[in-house]
Design a protein around this ligand. Structure first.
Ligand code: ADP
Length: 251
């Protein structure tokens, strides 16, 4: 179509259609590419813990466990099985969210109340790391679904605790700025500038080994992004490596 327009100026009125077709085509190609990447990543991510489980079990079966190492072997098997379970749960959740485009079950909810409930559940995780967790702000009412909203806040607060230092701080702040805003801010390890736009990709982690140690799947922020989209909301990330991270959701 673009070629025809170039050849004959009479086709000028078709330019907007040509542009629309091109941008739709690009979107389809990108979606197909991201589906391909996702499938490849899923197989890789599932195979890693399964191979470890199978390897440790084989050594036990063949009585090849070094003296006094039984407990260590059992621990490795349990940790890899947990990792597999977390991965499967998150993959299923993402696939459910892929089919949740409509928000017909949305009701009026008090954002601060929901955030406080999430924080009181996660207080124990914070205490284990000596991280202080506070939640405050104004009473903002938004249209949402309780389960989805809590999942969104919980994923952000869990990360803020997990990627924090001992004696760190996490602040959950609700306020109004042309609409309800949720901010989750920590003073932890932060995210380097050059990868900040990648952390919302499925399975992307800044530090694979750290995320693995803490039981991360690399899918938390992809789930968050999905939930934000279902709300027609916007998400913003502000971070400086070594200083902390703030994630802002504008409803
Ligand atoms: P994970 O399960 O690995 O935590 P997420 O999708 O939740 O996966 O996050 C992707 C990556 O983004 C994490 O592995 C981590 O490297 C980085 N990240 C997320 N939140 C924070 C944070 N608050 N501070 C520093 N890094 C973070």
């Amino acid at each position: 179509l673009e070629d025809s327009i170039g050849l004959d100026p009479g086709y000028k009125e078709l330019i907007p259609f040509a542009n629309k077709i091109r941008s739709q085509h690009e979107k389809i190609i990108m979606a197909a590419k991201s589906r391909q990447d996702f499938t490849a990543n899923v197989s890789h991510e599932l195979k890693t813990p399964l191979t470890a489980i199978s390897g440790y079990a084989e050594l036990i079966e063949n009585k090849m466990v070094p003296a006094n190492q039984e407990v260590y072997f059992a621990k490795q098997i349990r940790e890899n099985a947990n990792r597999l379970l977390n991965l499967i749960n998150d993959i299923i959740r993402l696939s459910e969210l892929d089919h949740t485009k409509i928000h017909s079950d949305f009701v009026s909810l008090h954002l601060l109340e929901e955030a406080k409930e999430v924080c009181s559940t996660l207080q124990i995780n914070a205490q284990k790391k000596n991280v202080s967790l506070v939640c405050y702000g104004s009473d903002e009412v938004i249209l949402s679904n309780k389960e989805l909203l809590k999942e969104l806040i919980s994923n952000l607060v869990q990360n803020a605790i997990q990627y924090n230092n001992e004696n760190g701080k996490v602040v959950v702040h609700i306020y109004n700025e042309n609409g309800a805003v949720l901010s989750v801010k920590d003073n932890g390890i932060g995210i380097p500038k050059n990868v900040q736009n990648r952390v919302f990709e499925r399975f992307y982690r800044v530090d694979k080994s750290r995320s693995r140690q803490t039981g991360g799947t690399g899918l938390g922020l992809a789930i968050v992004k999905h939930i934000v989209e279902i709300h027609d909301a916007h998400i913003e990330l502000i971070s400086e490596e070594g200083k902390g991270c703030e994630i802002i959701v504008r409803f």
